[in-house]
Design a protein around this ligand. Structure first.
Ligand code: GLN
Length: 538
């Protein structure tokens, strides 16, 4: 029978509940258990796909095309398990299902209510994965005490009655603030979160307490006493430099042993060899590399999370310290400003994006990378702006554009995909999820991947317009990856440049700390070569 861990949060948000959940997943997986993670978000959007990245950060995409919360990215990076739409639910989805059931007459005349109908639907979703896994780890979004989280907490309370004490475990992440003026760590917020959770019938078995400073004995004792949690089950999750160190903090506090004891399952030896190797490489750097990420959401620290992490993985692989320079593409990019912003960078990355704001800045940046021979990596929109730039400045196609930004452009080098022409709804209707791509022999892409057929995840509505294929090719642009039927251009590159590549998909979703994505790996390698050739010897 599958075992269930429920991770809930107290005190406030942004404590790293997603990272804590992912870390627990890694520890259990590295003992050889089959583990899957899932996230429930209490908002009423059906999925985060329609939200601005300023709201909840990046939209993570699964192989099966679900647009999900960015915590799924942490789960995949830590556990290296490819998740599906069963790992992501929102209150909006839950309510949508229940209301559709009601319209279809499923409830046979009964009054439809939060308890039991909404809670039953939540429980059904939590249990949807149990046939295939040993341990299911479910993170409940939001903070204990939020009105909108209540049905989710009620559902996980009921699951203990359904499944039994030995098969369910509640872990709460809280915060123990350090009050400078008093020179003390304060436990009261954690106490109150535990009261609040008990009020709805859940007694957490394990507490993970975030703090800036390490606990002394009296803090452990006080938290244990007031939260009714055994002293050895109170874990101090002290701040770490990199999120990838969290599993090690938890391992050192014996979290994996506590979990196994509770479930009465074997506590097997942990195999963290490749994880530790990644940590050593990222701490033991031989040099540094500076990458510019140019986008319009650079003010939100999580808007390009997977891109940032993919760069971190590849930099560690090369034993380089990564420096990211965030460039706001909405600035008015005159040449002098570009020169100032980009002169000290070793590589330029333009990630995905939507809408016309900041587009001309991105085009100018792609041109700067091309003409200055700085390694360039364009992802989705980043590929599209590279095509527009090439069409305008090399093929002299005046005002070439994507019809997303200029529907009347005389040269629509990027246009709406056939399947998107009649789409009216915005939610969940893009080209989403994993598609195969065939790589052309002798190209940068083929060399990086080392194989012909790859699979990558997509999230876009526009594509390269094949009417311009010949023209751009004749001027030196290489089309190096296509959909297997040859119809969709998936990768472009410039052979006359040391490293200039654009991909229509999102490779960042598949990078792992100990398995960096081949394109990111090669990009960092090219950036480092650029760095070496441009740094002045001392
Ligand atoms: N806005 C572009 C499109 O829909 C690019 C999308 C993206 O970068 N994810 O095609």
């Amino acid at each position: 029978m599958a075992k269930y861990i429920f991770v809930v949060g107290g005190v406030l948000s942004s404590l790293g509940k997603g990272i804590a959940t992912a870390s627990i997943g890694l520890l259990l997986k590295s003992m050889g258990y089959k583990v899957v993670l899932q996230k429930f978000d209490p908002y009423l959007n059906v999925d985060p796909g329609t939200m601005s990245p300023f709201q909840h950060g990046e939209i993570f995409v699964t192989d099966d095309g679900a647009e999900t919360d960015l915590d799924l990215g942490h789960y995949e990076r830590f556990t290296d398990v490819s998740l599906t739409r069963h790992s992501s639910s929102s209150a909006g989805q839950v309510y949508e299902t229940v209301i559709q059931n009601e319209r279809r007459g499923v409830y046979q005349g009964k009054t439809v209510q939060v308890i039991p109908h909404i809670t039953d639907e939540i429980k059904h979703r939590i249990r949807a994965l149990e046939a295939d896994y040993d341990i299911i780890i479910t993170e409940i979004g939001g903070t204990v005490g939020d009105i909108e989280s209540l049905p989710f907490l009620e559902a996980v309370r009921q699951l203990r009655l359904d499944l039994g004490y030995k098969n369910t475990l509640y872990i709460m992440l809280t915060y123990v603030p350090y009050i400078k003026s008093a020179g003390e760590l304060k436990t009261k917020p954690s106490q109150h979160s535990a009261y609040k959770l008990r009020e709805i019938g859940i007694q957490p078995e394990i507490l993970l307490c975030r703090s800036e400073k390490p606990f002394g004995k009296e803090i452990y004792d006080k938290i244990a006493l007031f939260t009714n949690v055994p002293r050895e089950n109170v874990i101090n999750a002290i701040d770490v430099k990199s999120v990838y160190e969290c599993p090690i903090t938890f391992k050192n506090a014996n979290l994996h042993k506590l979990i196994c004891q509770h479930f009465e399952i074997e506590c097997r030896p942990l195999n963290l060899r490749s994880w530790n190797k990644f940590l050593t490489n990222s701490q033991d750097c031989v040099d540094k590399v500076t990458i510019a990420i140019c986008g319009k959401y650079v003010r939100h620290q999580d808007a390009y999370k997977s891109v940032e992490e993919a760069l971190v993985h590849s930099a560690a692989w090369h034993r380089l310290k990564l420096q990211i320079k965030w460039i706001d593409s909405e600035q008015n990019f005159k040449f002098a400003l570009l020169n100032r912003s980009l002169q000290d960078v070793d590589g330029i990355l333009i990630p995905g994006g939507f809408g016309v704001r900041g587009i001309e800045g991105k085009i100018a940046i792609a041109e700067y990378a091309r003409t200055h021979k700085i390694p360039y990596f364009g992802i989705c929109l980043g590929m599209q702006v590279a095509v527009i730039e090439f069409a305008r400045h090399i093929c002299h196609l005046k005002d070439a554009n994507s019809t997303e930004f200029d529907p009347k452009t005389p040269h629509p080098v990027i246009h709406l995909m056939e399947e998107q022409q009649y789409v009216e709804m915005v939610g969940g209707t893009m080209r989403l999820g994993a598609y195969s791509c065939k790589l052309k022999r002798g190209t940068l892409a083929r060399k990086a991947y080392g194989k012909v057929l790859i699979s990558e995840r997509h999230r876009h509505r526009y594509e390269f317009n094949n009417a311009y294929r010949e023209k751009l090719e004749s001027k030196g642009l290489t089309f190096s990856g296509f959909s297997p039927d040859g119809l969709l251009v998936e990768i472009i590159e410039l052979p006359a440049h040391p490293f200039y590549i654009g991909v229509q998909f999102h490779p960042e979703f598949k990078s792992r700390p100990n398995k960096p994505h081949p394109l990111f790996r090669e990009f960092i390698s090219a950036a480092y070569q650029y760095h070496q050739s441009h740094s002045t010897p001392v």
